[in-house]
Every structure is written in structure tokens, then in C-alpha cells.
Design a binder for this molecule. Structure first.
Ligand code: FBP
Length: 550
């Protein structure tokens, strides 16, 4: 079915925004290796013999010459992140500058579009219509991964049929791991295809030595912080509600941490801290209830609790339960499918669990137990976005407060509200930062392909500085790999970067959070601003600012 797009005045105005371009990416820049090259691990050079010894590169202004003919494909992979369309805009413009206009195609629906050879020709009119817009709807996205040998062969076959010399994969840790594997296979097969990865995810967990942040994180955090600020204003106006707010972020708590620093909630849970301190569910519930009690007994019956959605897999007893559930669901898939009702399925699964997980599973609210057994993504992972973890905490806290009231410890009133901040943030129109950063990543990808630098992640650094001073280049994906033992062999993976509890961002939270709990210190950032004063529109995240001061 055709989707009709009625353009809003905001979009019309925003489409003419011109992303700021780093000086290093002006003209047709030349690349130079970063010396000395970082050491490559033995496993990486074994696994990627054709890519392992590549150095990182940076671009410096100049007038490099183009390769004769470039035909490039682009894939958007995984969850949307604000700025995806600007990556394509930058890529398109970069190819034009390299003298290869009109040679870009987008594979529809993510990697599956590559496997089924389903493309959209990306001409100027198409690309222009999406500049500075959120979402991935220009070509769509998907969560299919390149996994089997047959899929890799098919991908190379489609690239050959289309005459592609370049492929840009815009994605998170998994997609970039696959980009590296495809680049290696292309080289090994003597294919002219160069593959470049671009760091995308609102979760902010794709970062490393040469990657300061992924695009999308800035916009998502600012969007959520604006909404949390509004909730705070309501809380302090009505003085009668406790708000339990779940925030997107599949695994790491970077988004919750950034939003906390922006908005000063009464409480924020950080998954990585919970895991490190091995806090049990009841420890967290007791802590929340104690703060509610402290404030309630002083007449302050309101507050906010930020809960990262990935928390379910970091609370040790929940993690143990999920691990056993995952195994049971695979081992007994047939028997479970034959059971018709949810209570029967729950009962059956409970019988497969060892004593502690089974006890916890029985104590969980029914809806949460149902969500834990039903919802798995195509790769067998729990879909944390679908688990109402905020309700779980609310119910457990409510029970605890009830007991405290009976014992005469708690004399306040508890009236809760729940919220989930997820999808409204990951497709917002990109902030100025993300519009600029994503565009620069697109330009960088074009120049990496122009220079035949395959197996690279496009990188743009010095991001806390003005855009003109950003450094652009590429870092070999193979150097970012760690090796995990799976099914008896070492498998390369780009590890998710979790919150560093010793780092300046978490430490900043630590130094302030007690004040936020005992006294009300809410901040109201207001909505993400696209037009207006520089100190509002050009400001990046506190995460980036604090980390860049190191
Ligand atoms: P990516 O890692 O692919 O960028 O996606 C992140 C994310 O937005 C998570 O924050 C969230 O848990 C998940 O996607 C939701 O996925 P789905 O689109 O399948 O609901």
C-alpha cells in the first residue's frame, strides 16, 4: 500500500537546514594513515586475514582523485535512530563530489533487501525529500543478520549482479560485525566490493577508542529528557503522583544516565551498577520504598523513578530466570505450542525451572510472567521493550509500602503513574548535532569507498568541539573485534559498551543523586530545539561533554 506523506510546515522549514561540515571533509579530502597503527590481535588476523593489518585513517582537506566508477548500495539496519537519512544524504553528496553522481541504491528493509535484491534507486529528488528527517522510511530497515555461508554468498552474488563497488551498512554492534565479515569474504573472493560500517544506535552502546558516540543517542536523549521534564513539572504542580518511567535502551543504561543528568529525577536505576553490586530485586524495591517513605512522611508524596528497559537482564536473579526460560522455551517449543492457554503455558514452564528461578517466576505479576514467556525476537532474545518492567517495580513497591504502612513506618499516600519512553525518541527529527554528525559520517563513508578502504567503520571524532574541528576517518572493524567462545569456536563480536562505573558520567550521577532523592531538584530541559540560541541548539549531551574532558 502506498504511504502518502503530507508535509508539515516544520518539515518544510527543517529540510533546508545545511549540516555543518568539518573542515577536514571540505572538497575531495585525502586520507592518511594514523601512525602508529594500533596492534591487531592474533585471533583477528586469523579470522580476517585480508583486513587484519589495515591502519586507521584520517581525512585531511585536499583534492584526491576518484576511482573510475563507483556504484554504491546502502543498508539501514536494526532499530531506527535519528540521523539515518542524513547519513544517506552525506553519502550521496560525497559520491557526487567524488564525481560519481547517480550511482547510489538503497536496499529495502535492511539486510533482507540485500538478500532478495530489493532496491530503491536513490536519486537527488528522493534523497532531498528526506534530508534532516527522522526515521528510516526512505528505504526501511530490518533485523535480519548475515549469518550463514549461504547468506554471505547470496549477498556477494547480488552485489556482483548490481555491479556494486561499495556497500555501506548503517547499524549497531551486530550489523558492523557482519559488515566486517562481508568485507573479508569479498576480499577473499576477489570481489571489487568494499564494505564500510557506520555506527548507529540510540542506545549509545556502540563506542570505543575511536568512536565517541553513535548517531541518534543525542536526539533520543534530548527528546526523552524534554518529556521527563514535563512530567516533573506536573509532579511538582500536583504534588500527588509518583511517576515510574521506563526508558529505552536494550542493554546498556547510557540513555537513562544521560536523561538523569539532564532532569535530576528523584531516583534512577542503573543496570550496570545493579549487576556490579549484585543487588536483588528486593534491594531495589526496598530502596525505592525507603525514599518514598522518607519524602511521604514529610508531606512530599510525589517523585520520579527512571528505569532503563534493559534492567531485567542485569538484576542477577532475573538474569538467571531469563537464561533458564530461554533454554526451556527452545527445548520444549513443541509442547508449549500445543498448550492453548497462557496459564497452562506458565504452569508448564514453571515446572522446567530450577527452584530459585521457579519461585521468582511464580511471584511475578501475571502479565510480566506472560511477557517473559511469549516475547522473543527472531534471535531468541527477550524483547525488553515489551516487558512492562515499570509496572513490576510499581507493584512490588506498592506491596512494600503497604507493609510499611501497617507497621506505622510510612504515613504518606502513594498514587503512581507509569510511562514508557521508547519509540517517540528513536524516530524524532535529528537534533542539529545528529544532523551534522550523521551527515559527516555519510560523507566519510563516501570517501572511504572512493579510496577502496574496505572493512572500515566510518569515524568522526572530537565531537564535543565545534563541527568545523571534527576529525573524520576510518577505523578497521577487525580491530574492534573481541572473540567469544561459542559452540567450541571463537566467534568475533563487537562488544556492547556498557556504562563505565568508574567513568566521569556515572561519577557525576553518584555525586548528586542523594540530593535528588531527599530534596526535589527537578530540571526542565524543555523540548529539543532546532532553531534558536546556539547554547541551546548546538549543545551536545552531558555524556559526551564529560567524557571528552578526560
Ligand atoms: P538498535 O540496537 O538496533 O539500534 O535498536 C535499539 C532499540 O531501539 C532498543 O533501544 C529497543 O530495545 C529495541 O531497539 C526495540 O526493538 P524493536 O524495534 O524490535 O521493538
Amino acid at each position: 500500500m502506498q504511504i502518502v506523506h503530507d508535509v508539515h510546515d516544520f518539515e518544510a522549514c527543517r529540510s533546508s537546514y545545511l549540516p555543518k561540515i568539518p573542515l577536514a571533509l571540505e572538497g575531495n579530502p585525502e586520507h592518511r594513515p594514523v601512525a602508529p597503527p594500533e596492534p591487531v590481535s592474533l585471533e583477528a588476523s586469523r579470522c580476517f586475514p585480508h583486513l587484519g593489518d589495515l591502519p586507521s585513517v584520517v581525512f585531511t582537506g585536499g583534492s584526491a582523485s576518484s576511482r573510475s566508477a563507483l556504484r554504491v548500495g546502502v543498508i539501514l539496519s536494526g532499530g531506527p535512530a535519528p540521523g539515518g537519512h542524513n547519513v544517506i544524504g552525506g553519502l550521496f553528496d560525497g559520491l557526487q563530489r567524488a564525481g560519481v553522481a547517480g550511482s547510489l541504491v538503497g536496499f529495502r528493509g535492511g539486510v533482507s533487501g540485500l538478500l532478495t535484491n530489493d532496491v530503491r534507486e536513490l536519486e537527488e529528488t528522493v534523497v532531498h525529500g528526506y534530508r534532516n528527517t527522522g526515521g528510516f522510511d526512505m528505504i526501511g530497515t530490518g533485523r535480519t543478520r548475515l549469518e550463514t555461508e549461504a547468506q554471505f554468498s547470496k549477498a556477494l552474488e547480488v552485489a556482483r549482479e548490481r555491479g556494486l563497488t561499495g556497500l555501506v551498512i548503517v547499524g549497531g554492534d551486530d550489523s558492523n560485525t557482519n559488515a566486517c565479515a562481508l568485507a573479508e569474504r569479498a576480499r577473499a573472493a576477489g570481489s571489487p566490493l568494499c564494505v564500510v560500517g557506520v555506527p548507529k544506535t540510540i542506545d549509545g552502546d556502540l563506542r570505543g577508542q575511536r568512536i565517541e558516540t553513535s548517531f541518534g543517542f543525542d536526539t533520543a536523549c534530548k527528546t526523552y529528557s524534554g518529556i521527563i521534564g514535563n512530567i516533573h513539572r506536573d509532579a511538582v504542580s500536583m504534588r500527588k503522583y509518583w511517576h515510574f518511567i521506563k526508558i529505552m535502551g536494550r542493554s546498556a543504561s547510557h540513555i537513562a544516565l544521560e536523561c538523569a543528568l539532564q532532569t535530576h529525577p528523584t531516583l534512577v536505576l542503573i543496570s550496570e551498577e545493579i549487576s556490579r553490586r549484585e543487588l536483588a530485586l528486593h534491594d531495589l524495591v526496598d530502596h525505592i520504598a525507603d525514599v518514598i517513605c522518607y519524602r511521604g512522611n514529610r508531606g512530599e508524596n510525589f517523585g520520579s523513578v527512571l528505569i532503563p528497559e534493559g534492567i531485567v537482564e542485569f538484576v542477577p536473579e532475573m538474569r538467571a530466570l531469563i537464561t533458564e526460560l530461554n533454554e526451556a522455551l527452545v527445548a520444549h517449543a513443541g509442547e508449549l505450542a500445543a498448550l492453548e492457554t497462557l496459564p497452562h503455558k506458565r504452569e508448564f514452564v514453571t515446572g522446567c525451572l530450577s527452584p530459585a528461578p521457579s519461585g521468582l517466576f511464580r511471584r511475578l505479576p501475571r502479565e510480566i510472567a506472560n511477557q517473559l514467556i511469549l516475547d522473543r525476537d527472531p534471535h531468541g532474545n527477550v524483547q525488553v521493550a515489551k516487558i512492562d518492567i515499570q509496572r513490576l517495580f510499581l507493584e512490588l513497591v506498592e506491596n512494600r509500602l503497604h507493609t510499611m504502612t501497617q507497621r506505622g513506618v510510612y504515613r504518606g499516600t502513594f498514587s503512581p503513574q507509569t510511562h514508557y519512553l521508547g519509540y517517540e525518541g528513536r524516530c524524532a527529527p535529528p537534533s542539529n548535532f545528529d544532523a551534522d554528525y550523521a551527515y559527516a559520517l555519510g560523507l566519510t563513508s563516501a570517501f572511504l569507498l572512493r579510496d577502496g578502504l574496505s572493512g572500515m567503520m566510518a569515524t568522526v571524532r572530537n565531537l564535543a568541539r565545534p563541527a568545523a574541528e571534527w576529525e573524520a576517518g576510518g577505523t578497521p572493524l577487525a580491530r574492534m573485534m573481541e572473540f567469544n567462545r561459542r559452540h567450541g569456536r571463537d566467534v568475533p563480536v563487537i562488544r556492547k559498551a556498557l556504562v563505565n562505573l568508574e567513568g566521569p558520567v556515572f561519577q557525576s550521577l553518584q555525586s548528586q543523586r542523594d540530593h535528588w532523592s531527599r530534596t526535589t531538584r527537578f530540571r526542565y530541559p524543555g523540548p529539543l530545539q532546532y532553531f534558536g540560541p546556539q547554547e541551546i541548539c548546538e549543545r551536545t549531551t552531558l555524556t559526551l561533554e564529560l567524557e571528552s574532558r578526560r
